[in-house]
Structures are given as C-alpha cells and as structure tokens.
Write a protein that binds this ligand. Structure first.
Ligand SMILES: Nc1ncnc2c1ncn2[C@@H]1O[C@H](COP(=O)(O)OP(=O)(O)OP(=O)(O)O)[C@@H](O)[C@H]1O
Ligand SMILES: [Mg+2]
Length: 251
C-alpha cells in the first residue's frame, strides 16, 4: 500500500554553459512507509530536483536511493505538479483516465475508475467538461485524481496548491489528508507555506539555501484528522514560529 524511501548521499549537479551548478548537496533522508512528509526551504534549494529524483524523472548525480514496497508489492508513483497540466483536448474524465490508458486498461474499465476518482475529489457532475470550464482549484483536483489513478504507493506533489486562494487551499488540505488516509500511500509534498506544512505533515524536512542540504527535521505530533482551527492553537504556532525562525523570515 505504500513505499518506504531511503536516500543516502543523494545529490545533483547540473551541467550548464557557465559551468556546473550544484543544485542539491548530498541528502540523507529516511521516509517511513505511509507517512506524510513535507519538504520546505528557500527558492532554488533543490526541492523540485529531489522530488524528480524520487519519482525517477531525473537521475541523481551522486548517492543511492531505494524505494522499498510494502507487503502488497505496489511501487507505482503518482506526480502532481504546480500547474494542473491537463490536456485541453480531453475531457476531465479522459484526463484522469489517461495514465490507465497508457497502462493498457480497456476503455470501459478506465472510464469507470476515472468517474469514481472524480467523485472522490469532489468533481462529480464535471466528468464530461473540458479543463478550461473548471476553476483553478477544480483543475488541480482533476490533476490529483489523475495522479491517484494508478493507485500510487508513492505520491509526489510539487507545490500542488500554490496557485489557489487561501480558502480553497485550506479545503484542499483537508481533502488531501482524507485521500491520503484512505489510500495509505506515502506522500512527499513540497510547499512554501509554513502553515500548510504544519497542517499536513507527520514530518517536515527543512532545507538550507542552495545548494540544499537538510537543515532540520521536525516531527509534527498532532492527531488526525486535523481541523483548520488547529492553526489557531499555541502548539501549532510554536512549531510554525520555530520553522519560520529557521527559515530566517522571523516576523
Ligand atoms: N535543468 C537545470 N539546469 C541547470 N540548473 C538547474 C536546472 N534545474 C534546476 N537548476 C538549478 O538547481 C537549483 C535547484 O532548483 P530546484 O528547481 O530544484 O529548486 P526548488 O527548491 O524547487 O526552487 P523553488 O522553490 O523556486 O521551486 C536552482 O539553483 C536551479 O537554478
Ligand atoms: Mg520547485
């Protein structure tokens, strides 16, 4: 139902015209199967780079990475990017079903699954619409449904709610927690929002400025499901304040 992730000295150097760019210092990181991990750190510190390496979209230039599947042997990976990236010439349900089509699933079966996923992310009634007929938040929900289509054991999310307004974002955070708990997947999510990190994470990994290295690992002990009111508590604010200090943006 999920994978455990081990990184040992995983680093990345990009070759560019003006010389090599060290994007990510060697990172050691253990991610427990089924946990919700949030990566946070200054712009350019290598969060997207690490996520792409975890998802196999990009090779590391140093180190060693292991994904250990759980008892059911599932090791599929789902990816949600900052932009929804829906294909404009496909309906919402066809977009959601696309990974299944690429995997060779029959049309009837994949559309049935896509409709169920649309329901799960609150898009019932919009299955046959075009992406352009959906709001930004709805498009992002469709992108999440598409990532869930392969029933991923590892769900990688790169600032998935960055473009949304605060209210929609709070709602999406709750939905994501629910979907994650129902699926049992391991989630690694990148965000710039400290409150989103504290609201969602079991564990927050804080990166230093480029070239990123792990500066701190913070466990977030709150029980689940977490309610939006949690953000107003002293305990929540203490963790958020601590992170803010470490990020050097004390207010
Ligand atoms: N294809 C590339 N070629 C050269 N340098 C790159 C490439 N992709 C990223 N970089 C560099 O690697 C560093 C890390 O980039 P990355 O996109 O991983 O940062 P990030 O932490 O995701 O930043 P942000 O928060 O702004 O999204 C940056 O300095 C960036 O300029
Ligand atoms: Mg990034």
């Amino acid at each position: 139902m999920s994978v455990a992730v081990s990184c040992r000295g995983v680093g990345k150097t990009y070759a560019s015209r003006t010389g090599d760019v060290l994007a990510l210092s060697p990172v050691d990181l253990e991610i427990a199967a089924g946990s919700f991990v949030v990566l946070i750190g200054p712009s350019g510190c290598g969060k997207t780079t690490l996520l792409r390496i975890l998802g196999g979209l990009q090779a590391a230039s140093a180190g060693w990475l292991a994904l250990t599947p759980g008892a059911d042997g599932r090791e599929s990976v789902g990816f949600v990017f900052q932009a929804a990236n829906l294909l404009p010439w496909l309906s919402v349900e066809e977009n959601v079903a696309l990974p299944l089509k690429l995997g060779g699933a029959a049309r009837a079966a994949r559309l049935e699954r896509a409709r169920a996923l649309c329901g799960m992310v609150g898009l019932s009634g919009f299955e046959r619409r075009w992406p352009r007929e959906l709001s930004g938040g709805m498009q992002q929900r469709a992108a999440i449904a598409r990532a869930l289509a392969v029933d991923p054991a590892l769900l990688l999310m790169d600032e998935p709610f960055g473009a949304l307004d605060a209210l929609t974002r709070t709602h999406m955070n709750q939905e994501l927690e629910r979907l994650w708990q129902a699926s049992g997947a391991t989630v690694v999510l990148v965000t710039h929002s400290i409150s989103e990190a504290v609201m969602l994470a079991d564990r927050i990994v804080l990166f230093s400025p480029r070239p990123g290295r792990v500066q701190a690992v913070v466990d977030v002990p709150f029980e689940r499901p977490r309610r939006p009111a949690l953000e107003g508590t002293a305990e929540f604010q203490a963790i958020a304040g601590n992170l803010r200090r470490m990020l050097g943006e004390e207010t």
